[in-house]
Design a protein around this ligand. Structure first.
Ligand code: S3P
Length: 175
């Protein structure tokens, strides 16, 4: 089985993905980390030097290269925008990835991201007084697609990391 975790920035895809991979004894791969490894640049620097459109092309190429390797038993953590690109969804389909949407309550996302945005190019230049509305608008613009592409949706409410992990694990066993 191959598993792709996606969802908004700050949803905890990387931490959950790592823990899930350990629990399943799968390979864990973080797409942003792969991009950084391949380009030798941070995501911030890629956005700054080349812009978002170029970043999306690189993101696609790195995903394609990884998918071509045909690994199985992978937990892949995607960047928040990756699943929105149809060409990326096609690649995931090729290896029958189960697309799992990690959905976190918007106010929790806002709280988390406010304190953790320096490495996030889409957020780091947003003024404090516009931040909440910016996140709400971006989240809302993506929500329909996020819901639509989910084979499994995990809603994270007021619960511990371990509880979410367990929920994810149980859903996977049941589906
Ligand atoms: C992005 C999310 C980021 C990263 C890039 C763009 C997005 O990944 O890929 O900054 O468009 O939502 P995380 O979701 O892991 O923060």
């Amino acid at each position: 089985m191959n598993i792709a975790l996606y969802g908004f920035m700050g949803a905890g895809k990387t931490s959950l993905g790592k823990a899930l991979a350990t629990k399943l004894n799968y390979l864990f791969v973080d797409l942003d980390a792969e991009i950084t490894k391949k380009t030798n640049k941070s995501i911030n620097d890629i956005f700054k030097e080349k812009g978002e459109i170029a970043f999306r092309k690189i993101e696609h190429e790195v995903l394609k290269e990884f998918i071509k390797k045909n690994d199985t038993n992978v937990v892949l953590s995607l960047g928040g925008g990756s699943i929105l690109q149809p060409t990326n969804r096609k690649l995931l389909e090729l290896r029958a990835y189960k697309n799992i949407f990690i959905d976190v309550e918007i106010n929790t996302l806002i709280k988390r991201l406010k304190n953790d945005r320096a490495h996030r190019p889409l957020l780091k230049n947003i003024a404090d007084n516009e931040f909440d509305n910016y996140i709400k608008a971006l989240y809302t613009s993506r929500k329909f697609s996020y819901d639509n592409y989910a084979e499994i949706k995990i809603s994270v409410e007021n619960e511990s990391f371990d509880a979410t992990l367990q929920k994810l694990y149980l859903y996977l066993n049941a589906n």
